[in-house]
Design a protein around this ligand. Structure first.
Ligand code: SF4
Length: 359
């Protein structure tokens, strides 16, 4: 036995099994201590009637480390709900952001980060400008949810992996975080309340399939349906071109009535022509049920182009509808706090580029 394990990076069964191996007495309290950690952000073995020696043994094997809340920044909506971005600092000083997004009727989605920075290099994305610094561990991903609920007091109904980083570029951390979030002895988020959003890592989709979460939602950042355009906007396309991505989505195991969410960031003059709409329709047609979320481009600190006008957004939605595509216009929440889609990774965070890069 060596080192401490992060208790919130494990499922309750994993904690119990490890406690039976390495803690002389009090292993029967494993699920109680686990619930305290993931639901109440507390790890106090001595508070449960354990002897000092047993409590010490628990602390020697397990730890609860939560990131510090550096600041929260909110944007009030007309509905009175806030989109709030929280900047969290880990022990090594690196920061990530998570965002609470109002979904109406007092429900909130938490958008979590899976990496510090990102190596995918998408042209419209603020995080891409940071470069890649390191993967987050499962515990660090789960910690964002624990802090949001137990420290910030946010009521989180859904979780989307759409913050900083490409989740399927960090399958070890993300798959284990999903198991922990889903664990019925702890956070207990049902599969339909979890969404992975990927830029199109076909290798990662195959790893995700191994998890067997057929009822979990999957969201794909498409943004261009011609290879020559997607190659420019999303370099991942040079490794996994559209036909390969499309085939992987066709083969991906999923529940009956599953609906793919296909995200399309509308960049005026780049991907909003009639032939683009037709190509999007051709991409989604073989996928079964799919909804295309059209997201008006948010100009960030180094804009690729301007934001589309209302007429341009409506016009593109109409063209997709004419091709028989199910569409949805995504409201751009959090634009003023740089918490909208593709805007996580602010200027202060980018300073961390000068820190050593993980292998
Ligand atoms: S959009 Fe997502 S995958 Fe692309 S660079 Fe940004 S964080 Fe990475």
């Amino acid at each position: 036995m060596s080192g401490q394990l992060d208790i919130i990076g494990l499922t309750a069964d994993e904690v119990e099994a490890e406690a039976r191996r390495s803690v002389a007495s009090g292993a029967g309290l494993a699920k109680t201590l686990y619930k305290d950690a993931v639901l109440r952000a507390r790890f106090e073995p001595e508070a449960h009637g354990l002897s000092a020696r047993s409590a010490e043994a628990w602390r020697a094997r397990f730890r609860l480390v939560l990131p510090a809340v550096v600041r929260t920044v909110g944007e009030e909506s007309l509905m009175g709900d806030d989109t709030v971005k929280a900047v969290l600092a880990f022990q090594d000083g690196l920061e990530v952001e998570c965002v609470r997004i109002p979904m109406g009727q007092g429900r909130y989605t938490l958008c979590v980060s899976s990496q510090v920075g990102c190596k995918m290099g998408c042209g419209f994305c603020e995080t891409a400008k940071m470069g890649f610094i390191r993967n987050l561990s499962a515990a660090e991903i789960v910690a964002q949810l624990v802090v949001a609920r137990a420290v910030l007091g946010w009521e989180i109904r859904n979780i989307v992996f759409m913050g900083m980083g490409e989740p399927l570029d960090n399958p070890e951390g993300v798959l284990q975080a999903l198991r922990v979030m889903h664990d019925r002895f702890g956070l207990s988020y049902g599969q339909p309340r979890l969404t992975i959003c990927t830029s199109g890592r076909v290798d990662g989709l195959k790893r995700l399939a191994e998890l067997g979460f057929k009822r979990m939602d999957l969201s794909i950042s498409l943004n261009a349906a011609f290879d020559h355009k997607r190659d420019v906007l999303m370099p991942v396309n040079r490794k996994y071109p559209l036909a390969e991505l499309q085939q992987a989505l066709i083969e991906h195991p999923r529940r009956e009535k599953f609906i793919y969410a296909i995200n399309y960031c509308l960049l005026p003059g780049f991907n909003d022509a009639p032939e683009d709409a037709r190509a999007v329709a051709e991409f989604v047609a073989p996928l079964g049920r799919a909804v295309v979320n059209v997201i008006p481009y948010n100009p960030g600190t180094q804009p690729l182009t301007r934001a589309p006008t209302e007429d341009e957004v409506v016009g593109f939605l109409d063209q997709l509808r004419e091709h028989g595509v199910l569409v949805q216009r995504r409201v751009t929440k959090g634009r003023s706090v740089m918490a909208a889609c593709g805007q996580l990774g602010n200027l202060e965070l980018r300073r961390h580029r000068s820190l050593p890069v993980a292998p």
